[in-house]
Design a protein around this ligand. Structure first.
Ligand code: ADP
Ligand code: MG
Length: 338
């Protein structure tokens, strides 16, 4: 292989918005035969929208939304952004509070006062103060929790609020039977459903949708035309995963759903053990290890720095259409060399 041709190839890549870490990577790009696609933010826009709040019997949808938003405001997942954005902004200045009991967690521990409803008048005519969140913690691929303190006419109410996947809440002793039907219905309909709970009981279901990016369907078709087998890999539920897969033309059999962040690596390794040469395309913190494990890692330029660092190639535009372009570029470049 002539180094000059490889450099021309990487230079051409840069023009196309494909950043290649080293010329030798083009060789691996040419050889991959399977492409694992992360769902959220890679195939879909990664811009979840909160489309429904289903309260459990006897609960108030607005309160479910407000308390969930108070905690999610401190998190960074697309789910968190959607829930936080759907609740009104605090209309009193954000004040910082000290955490008296910091917890150990896999995520970021922060303590911040947020105002779900700001200062307003509750349904019962009682003044409701800003929600203040302590002991925030994020469990990657599972959910978030925090103690939300709300002042009601001078009386402070502290509730331990959890928002996350149903199974994760159950693991922490929260009964979710009351909301199981709402979760199942939303998931069967292709949505993402997370459960909000406090004081040990499920209080409601937040239903979110994440549209497929307009260019993803063509990109998947092109990858297939280039002889690659597309596989969809996601931490999301199977219903949402199948809906996305069908929208872009990925076979049901090639959908791997409800994968914990630490299991994404194992999913890639399983394909490799079966003889596949695997490219992985992802954007999240949760994808970084799998991007490094894959024979070729492609990060969305719109994704997290951790993913970009772990990958061999960055798709600057954050568009899946750049993935088949990268494969074609490597094949052309190496054909010239041989
Ligand atoms: P993906 O692979 O689709 O990016 P993740 O592994 O990040 O998904 O998350 C998997 C699941 O964990 C989500 O579908 C959701 O049920 C739950 N989850 C993750 N982060 C949060 C959060 N901030 N709030 C509530 N639920 C969350
Ligand atoms: Mg993602």
């Amino acid at each position: 292989a002539t180094p000059t041709a490889l450099l021309v190839g990487t230079g051409r890549g840069a023009q196309l918005g494909i950043l290649i870490k080293g010329p030798e990577i083009l060789e691996e790009t040419r050889r991959v035969d399977t492409v694992v696609l992360d769902k959220t933010g890679t195939v879909t826009a990664g811009r979840m929208a909160l489309v429904d709040v289903v309260p459990a019997a006897g609960e108030d949808a607005d309160e479910v939304r407000r308390l969930a938003a108070a905690v999610e405001r401190l998190a960074e997942h697309p789910i968190a952004r959607a829930i936080a954005e759907a609740a009104p902004e605090p209309d009193r200045p954000v004040t910082r509070a000290r955490s008296d009991n910091p917890t150990e967690s896999t995520g970021l521990d922060r303590t911040l006062a947020t105002g779900g409803s700001g200062v307003g008048v509750g349904a019962d005519g009682v003044g409701v103060g800003a929600d203040e969140v302590r002991e925030f913690r994020a469990d990657a691929g599972r959910g978030v929790s925090g103690v939300v303190r709300t002042a009601h006419s001078g009386v402070a109410l502290a509730r331990r609020v959890l928002v996350g996947r149903r199974g994760w809440l159950e693991e922490q002793g929260v009964r979710t039977d009351d909301v199981a039907a709402a979760v199942d219905a939303a998931e069967a309909d292709g949505a993402t459903a997370v459960v909000a709970a406090w004081d040990g009981r499920a209080r409601g279901v937040l239903v979110l949708r994440d549209p497929v990016k307009p260019t993803s369907t063509d990109a998947v078709r092109e990858l297939r035309a280039l002889g690659l087998r597309p596989v969809l890999l996601t931490g999301d539920n199977r219903g949402a995963a199948l809906a996305t897969a069908r929208a872009v033309g990925i076979a049901d059999a090639d959908v791997v759903a409800q994968v914990m962040p630490d299991e994404k690596v194992a999913a890639v390794e399983r394909l490799q053990a079966g003889g596949a040469r695997v490219a992985m395309v992802g954007d999240g913190v949760n994808d970084a290890a799998a991007l490094a494990t894959a024979d070729l890692g492609l990060a969305m330029g719109t994704g997290t720095d951790v993913a970009i660092e772990a990958a061999d190639l960055t798709l600057v535009r954050g568009d899946l259409a750049s993935a088949p372009q990268a494969i074609r570029l490597s094949r052309r470049t190496l054909r010239v060399i041989r």
